[in-house]
Design a protein around this ligand. Structure first.
Ligand code: ZN
Length: 104
């Protein structure tokens, strides 16, 4: 339908409560989201984008600059970095279980 593809005026995909300034490339991977001016300027990302972008890393293997970015984002989402890694681990455990079931 006409209008469905117009992204301007869409809510920010990060904070969900401000009007987006536009759709921009995510710093977490080859994907774009709608960001309001604040989230864009601060480098905030949607939670699932952080999981997708950093989830294959570990607290030991993440680049220090990326760790800072992740830290800021966790604070913004009201979570700790430990909670972030915990959530990634849970998703990997779930993935492993599902893959094992597929192979059986
Ligand atoms: Zn926002």
């Amino acid at each position: 339908m006409e209008g469905d593809y117009i992204m301007a005026g869409k809510d920010c995909d990060v904070c969900m409560d401000r009007e987006s300034a536009g759709v921009f490339a995510s710093s977490c991977g080859p994907i774009s989201f709608a960001y309001c001016e604040r989230c864009s300027a601060a480098g905030y990302e949607p939670w699932m984008a952080l999981i997708g972008g950093y989830g294959t890393l570990s607290p030991e293997s993440i680049h220090p600059e990326a760790a800072k970015h992740l830290n800021r984002n966790c604070k913004f989402h009201g979570k700790t970095v430990e909670e972030f890694w915990q959530e990634c681990q849970e998703l990997w455990d779930q993935y492993e279980e599902e893959s094992a079931e597929d192979e059986a």
